[in-house]
Design a protein around this ligand. Structure first.
Ligand SMILES: Nc1ncnc2c1ncn2[C@@H]1O[C@H](COP(=O)(O)OP(=O)(O)OP(=O)(O)O)[C@@H](O)[C@H]1O
Length: 272
């Protein structure tokens, strides 16, 4: 289990995360929603132990996160960051192999190679294995990074998978496939925490949603319990209709079109 208690993160004079508590159970997907600048990535950096807490505590499988060694953490949790910059010319398979690195000495063993093949299959990246990573499209690179992250924890029971905007740049098919995969991994016993911007995807895949605003937790619960016109307005300052999809019984969010800032008088032609 992931247990987060009264966590605060300050940098300089700024408090980016304020007194947040929650738990994520093995088998659960928790999605973090919030406007730009709400503190989602900052919280994610605390969960990954990339940043130190200013106050509060985080424990993973009953052990304080800050008492894990770097190697222990690498075997227990993996993070897909928003930006994964690679400048060197590796093949896609070499990138995925890097994810497996904490598990082997000099050379990957047969078991490691089997896992690398498996995660490339489930992320639809096998056919890119020998391609230069730098030649891949943005969405293809994102899938290779996902495979790398999965290779790291594929065979770890109750691993923590942290996904910061995992489907940005992916087409609609791979968005669905990636989140279905996250769902499958949760059912395998992983704890999945994902930042998404698409509320409809959150409604479709999350077991629980946490909505942040100004670094604070504003709402937390099952999508059906917390997604409403009011909560969306409170957190995003945007009006939206919330329906129930008759086929899936999940929430469907339809933002209302805002026209008042865009009157024709305000739209002057550009002059060069
Ligand atoms: N080192 C820093 N010093 C001061 N403010 C910072 C620092 N790093 C981030 N911030 C600010 O903290 C706030 C939260 O940033 P964070 O990246 O966590 O937001 P986010 O919810 O992930 O946003 P987005 O949806 O745009 O990715 C933002 O206003 C950001 O500008």
């Amino acid at each position: 289990m992931l247990t987060v208690e009264n966590v605060t993160y300050k940098t300089g004079k700024h408090t980016l995360v304020k007194d947040i508590s929650f738990m994520v159970q093995p088998g659960e997907i928790m999605v973090i929603l919030g406007a730009n600048g709400a503190g989602k990535s900052s919280l994610m950096r605390l969960l990954s132990a990339e940043k130190k807490l200013s106050a509060g505590s985080i424990s993973l499988s009953g052990k304080a996160l800050n008492s894990y060694t770097a190697k222990e953490l690498a075997l227990k949790r993996a993070i897909l960051n928003q930006q994964n910059i690679v400048n060197l010319d590796f093949s896609a398979m070499e990138i995925v192999q890097m994810g497996r690195y904490p598990h082997y000495g000099n050379k990957p063993m047969t078991h490691d190679l089997d896992i690398i093949n498996e995660v490339m299959t489930v992320t639809g990246t096998t056919h890119m294995a020998d391609r230069s990573f730098l030649s891949l499209s943005g969405g293809e690179q994102q899938r290779v990074h996902l495979a790398r992250v999965l290779a790291q924890i594929w065979d770890t029971p109750e691993a923590l998978l942290l996904l910061d905007e995992p489907v940005s740049g992916m087409d609609i098919l791979y968005q669905q496939q990636t989140l279905s995969l996250a769902h499958m991994l949760a059912k395998k016993g992983f704890m999945v925490v994902a930042i998404l911007h698409d509320i409809n995807l959150a409604a479709q895949y999350a077991d629980n949603i946490m909505m942040l605003k100004n670094g604070r937790k504003w709402y937390h619960g099952a999508p059906a319990d917390i997604l409403s016109t009011k909560s969306i307005y409170d957190v995003f300052e945007t009006e939206a209709d919330v329906f129930t999809n008759p086929n899936t019984l999940k929430q469907l969010i339809m933002p209302k079109v805002i026209t008042h800032h865009l009157s024709e008088q305000n739209l002057k032609p550009f002059t060069l």
